[in-house]
Write a protein that binds this ligand. Sequence first.
Ligand code: BES
Ligand code: MN
Ligand code: MN
Length: 455
Amino acid sequence: MEKLFQVVDQRLAGYLEQLKAFLSMPSVSADPENKAITADTARWLADHLKSIGFPTAEIYPTEGHPILFAHYPGPAGAPTLLIYGHYDVQPVDPLNEWVTPPFQPDIREGRIYARGASDDKGQLFAHIKAVETVLRETGSLPVSIKLLFEGEEEVGSEALGKWLPAHKDLLACDVLLISDGGMIAKGQPSIDYGLRGLVYMQVEVEAAKSDLHSGSFGGAVANPINVLADILTSMKDKKNRVKIAGFYDDVLPISPEEKANYAKLPHSDKQFLKDTGAPKLFGEKGYTTLERKSARPTLDANGIWGGFAGEGAKTVLPARAGAKVSMRLVPNQDPKKISDAFRAHVAKVAPKAVRVKVSEFQGGLPFICPLTDPALQKAAQALTMVFGKECLFGREGGSIPIVADFSALLKAPVVLMGFGLPNENAHAPNENFDLDNFSKGIKSSIAYMHLLAEK
Ligand code: BES
Ligand code: MN
Ligand code: MN
């Protein structure tokens, strides 16, 4: 293994040049204008995989963005490792806050800056480079490798969700590795064993059929902004508990074993507060910051609109207002039950003086897996070996909705092996990826393949 690690170090500069090419493709999945560019990105990846020796790299067109599947068979009887990642990225706005343009990758201070560097192109590419290194040095792989890359993770994985059931046999594997997550801190290897789910709603409130003079009509016709604010504030109490009836019914409590794991994680509220820039931390009473942001469900407004927000004062009674509200779910909350409860809550609190419309966007199930699985333990072993520090276990607050679908369909253990760091500005301006984690990511993937091959 040492020899292979040395080869990674020797080739790193070349690998980085290739990563730059991948990162310069603007595969923003949310932008409907971008179909051709995401398809180009999938084709670029497929060609790249063939160039490093994959006998097949198949592109499956979908109604949305294409799915890419590649397979390199290992020795007879060797286990199969399926690696999932996404080549789509988040939109880049606000563009003027980027120090260098999002699709012109720039290396500075040991990081590569570009949209998608951390989430998820850099991570996914580390596994490809791991396969390439082993193949070029040894002429074969210790395990069978299947790669599955999609182009819609950032918009809800709708196409992949539909595609999965019919391709169950193609994806048959012994371990599913999700290469789209994070590590708790730089230098501290960790594996996530849980993800939060997501329910995403929109609430629109309307009263008069048009904006009105707030002097002539105010006080006699309902104000949709005020009503919307009332609806939103009715959803949480002063202790930050969600007040929607039934919201906590199915929440899986945090076990004593988990508490012990949380206690081992390096976290300082003081540092966390400083990193966020907020004046004080805030959250559900009775839980720690780490628990609040990974093992407890939340309800947050993501955007709000209505009325006059321009310069100066305009005396107007607005006709309508709206908000986007998302809820992060934890096991065993059911997205359908929660969105129904949300609708029922809005219907209950909204006054008759307004019309309210509630709609819903694509969400997803939460996920949790047992820590005892040998596939997970071997992954921890690989990370410990490469990072030279004991691998810890944590739960992630973000969502990868397709993971629960995978787990149910493939019945294989899921390993969330991620190399993103919390300060890498995923989804934000100046997204970046730590180059040390890029090289250690490649090495960890190499180590994991070999550990999996051992009986
Ligand atoms: N890779 C993230 C999820 C994630 C974030 C995992 C941090 C581990 C650490 C993923 O690309 C993502 O952003 N998911 C969305 C899901 C949504 C678009 C359905 C999320 O969590 O908001
Ligand atoms: Mn991601
Ligand atoms: Mn993301």
